[in-house]
Design a protein around this ligand. Structure first.
Ligand code: SF4
Ligand code: SF4
Length: 353
């Protein structure tokens, strides 16, 4: 078994071998950013994302205190992998016939499985070295706010756009964490390098930032197009543009992404047709076709009728009256939210004349 000081080197080799681009270690502490989390939930800015509100036996939010939900954990190993590809931004496509999709959802595989497989490879090596240690791996679903732990593990800083940014590879990164009962030598937190920049705050089309570093998710296009069920508030629909799944604008404008390297992981390669899908293609799918076409894709999280609702908004915002017959069909369909958003889009295209 390696000594406490050479375990970090051993872990770094294991994370490299597993294909992670970055890795670091944060000691289990009650960081000040975690104390902000309950206030953010209480403000209602998390909207319908109830999974963020799960509570432990004491009634406290699980994500706000790791010491409470995993009292055995001493260190958090945070791993990061770059998912950037050479493909230009989805929003660079100005053709009115297509929709915009968030970069992380372009590939054919759900990143959760891909990151988890790598975490398990690291975990297996750790167990070989320290068979008695307790470990647990998470990708998005753990009782912790990954970005806070990533900061204290030296992976990057949380930018004013609330994304985790690494000085070398930018913010197109997936995070995964391994909780461990081993007390590991920690890394140093990364200082904030946003400086006086406000590009992300200025560029957000729905004014989702209540302040620098503070997001009202209920106004964010990512939340609205993926998590929100039913109606999207009318005053936010224009700002959605042709986004049908997620939004990357506050990352696209970030100077730290200007020279973001391309990932070495082949599974993040864009799937043809998913960077800028034809809106007519998405609108024409029946539920079986939706499941088959998006098998393994994170886009399924928006659900069939949620995606059609988003497509209706995108068609309304396209300015292209050739979508009117399709919108009439959507407006006559059985799902009330799809139908009402299609009527909104028809009115919008008519107003444009
Ligand atoms: S993802 Fe888009 S809508 Fe959400 S905060 Fe960033 S720019 Fe605004
Ligand atoms: S755009 Fe500017 S302010 Fe926003 S996260 Fe990037 S560096 Fe920070």
């Amino acid at each position: 078994m390696p000594s406490a000081t050479n375990i970090p080197d051993f872990i770094r080799r294991a994370t490299d071998d597993a294909g992670f681009d970055l890795a670091g270690i944060a000691p289990v502490r009650q960081y000040p950013e975690l104390d902000y989390f309950p206030a953010w939930i209480a403000s209602g800015h998390a909207g319908e994302m109830r999974y963020l509100e799960t509570r432990g036996e004491s009634g406290n939010l699980k994500r706000a205190s790791l010491a409470e939900v995993a009292p055995w954990a001493r260190s958090v190993i945070v791993c990061a992998i770059n998912y950037n590809t050479a493909q230009s931004w989805s929003t660079a496509d100005r053709r009115p016939s297509t929709g915009w999709i968030s970069r992380y959802a372009w590939s054919a595989q759900d990143y959760h499985a891909s990151v988890l497989r790598r975490l398990h490879a690291v975990e297996a090596k750790l167990k070989q070295e320290s068979p008695d240690c307790e470990t647990r791996c998470y990708v998005d679903t753990g009782p912790l706010v990954e970005r806070v732990w990533a900061k204290y593990a030296g992976i990057g800083w949380q930018g004013k756009n609330t994304c985790l940014i690494n000085q070398q590879i930018g913010s197109w990164i997936f995070l995964g964490v391994i909780l461990t009962s081993i007390e590991l030598q920690p890394d140093l937190p990364v200082p904030d390098r946003c400086g006086a920049c406000t590009r992300c705050l200025d560029a957000c089309p729905t004014n989702a930032f209540v302040a620098p570093y503070q997001l009202d998710a209920t106004r964010c296009i990512s939340y609205l197009t993926i998590e929100k069920r039913g109606d999207i508030p009318e005053d936010l629909r224009d700002g959605i543009g042709r986004h049908v799944f997620g939004c990357d604008i506050c990352q696209e404008v970030c100077p730290w992404n200007r020279r973001a390297p391309v990932t070495a992981a082949p599974e993040f390669a864009p799937r043809p047709g998913l960077v800028n899908p034809a809106l007519e293609w998405l609108a024409a799918m029946n539920e079986d076709e939706f499941r088959a076409a998006l098998r393994g894709s994170p886009i399924k999280r928006a659900r069939y009728n949620g995606l059609r609702r988003n497509v209706a908004i995108a068609m309304g915002n396209s300015g292209d009256s050739r979508f009117l017959p399709t919108l009439q069909k959507l407006a006559a369909g059985p799902d009330p939210a799809v139908a009402s958003h299609a009527r909104w889009a028809i009115d919008k295209l008519h107003q444009r004349g």
